[in-house]
Write a protein that binds this ligand. Structure first.
Ligand code: KDO
Length: 360
């Protein structure tokens, strides 16, 4: 499955004087050809029948930095299939992978501007406008995938989703399990405590929340886009990266690294969201269909990811990587202290963290 179909963006061909000239030319050619077409019959009427139906389809553009082989890239095809089955011909889901339409982190702004309809957004993306969402960027907040799903499916998720819609003009539909993030090192080293990561150049996604997490783990955090990580590991620009194991495999980071340290520092998730503009253009039925399709996509992703996550330690060992487990208590302690000392952590309502911890 490779889905790289590109739609015209405002910057790309499709507007401007050149297009106007081309459209004029097309009209002239059509006028010139019309008698001929009428003479031979079929072509012109068939065209006339197709166009109005196509014009009524709801276009949903998806942009994601995910690589084609990762579950949260493949799930978009499940979403498309679910919509096609529920409402044949009603939706046109256009999937752009590997950051080919918008770069990582640019999706919320593109959605608010009306240039993008669907995306899976990180907690760090959402925290920019809804700071409480940042609690999900903090190490060791969520216990495991089941805890994550309970929190997002319950009153906490519901009220945070409402805040996101009010502040960002996007409507969250469901939250997927991205996996549990682990450290992945270019050269093997003995890592027992955060002290052992001192001086290690650890790539993190580019936002202050992500960088805080990298520093809290004891490393020197360096911001870099996901699409640049493979090369940076290969050339030694960075010493390490962190991601869930299924992503390490899908992006082939194991080819350019020698060790995985099972810190399990973040039970990570992404929020599938639609732009408010696209949402408002749908009737009740269309909204229910889209919500159900997002849930089907999440179920597909979660099921496959959990299964694969359980198998990957053996796979990476086979590939020659060292897999080690550090002293997790010392990592938890260091992370807790780092967040307590930072402005970002102090800004989160303590009551929210308590309610998350109390969710069973
Ligand atoms: C990454 O850049 O490390 C990250 O895992 C961060 C996530 O929030 C998400 O953007 C993810 O990349 C992409 O979907 C690529 O898998």
């Amino acid at each position: 499955m490779t889905d790289f179909e590109r739609t015209p963006t405002p910057e790309s061909p499709g507007s401007g004087p050149d297009t106007t000239r081309r459209a004029g030319l097309r009209r002239l050619t059509a006028a010139w050809l019309a008698p001929l077409a009428a003479g031979i019959g079929a072509a012109a009427p068939a065209q006339a029948q197709v166009e109005p139906a196509a014009a009524r389809r709801t276009v949903l553009r998806v942009s994601t930095p995910a690589v084609p082989d990762d579950w949260h890239a493949r799930m978009w095809t499940v979403l498309r299939q679910s919509l096609d089955a529920a409402a044949p011909g009603a939706f046109d889901v256009q999937i752009h992978l590997s950051g080919t339409l918008f770069k990582q982190g640019a999706e919320p702004a593109a959605m608010a501007r009306g240039n993008l309809e669907l995306a899976a957004l990180s907690a760090a993306d959402l925290a920019r406008r809804v700071p409480e969402f940042g609690v999900f960027t903090a190490g060791y907040t969520l216990r495991d995938p089941a805890h994550q799903q309970k929190v997002f499916e319950g009153p906490i998720g519901e009220s945070l989703y409402r805040r996101v819609t009010a502040e960002m003009d996007i409507v969250p539909l469901a939250t997927l399990y991205l996996g549990t993030r682990q450290l992945n090192l270019r050269e093997a080293r003995n890592v027992r405590t955060p002290e052992d990561l001192k001086g290690l150049k650890l790539r993190m996604p580019a936002s202050r929340e992500w960088l805080l997490l990298g520093e809290a783990l004891g490393a020197t955090a360096m911001p870099l886009a996901f699409g640049e990580v493979y090369l940076a590991l290969k050339t030694g620009t960075i010493d390490a990266q962190d991601n869930p194991l299924p992503t390490v495999r899908a992006a082939k980071f194991h080819e350019v690294t020698r060790q995985i340290v099972l810190t399990s520092h973040l039970v990570d998730g992404l929020v599938i969201a639609v732009s408010s503009k696209a949402w408002q253009a749908l009737d009740e039925r269309g909204r229910a269909q889209l919500r159900a399709a997002a849930r089907a996509a999440v179920a597909f992703n979660n099921e496959n990811r959990l299964k694969e996550e359980a198998e990957l330690v053996a796979f990476f060992r086979q590939q020659g990587l060292q897999i080690t487990t550090p002293d997790l208590d010392s990592f938890r302690r260091a992370v807790r202290q780092a967040y307590a000392a930072s402005d970002i952590g102090r800004a989160w309502p303590a009551e929210l963290l308590e309610r998350i911890a109390a969710t069973r």
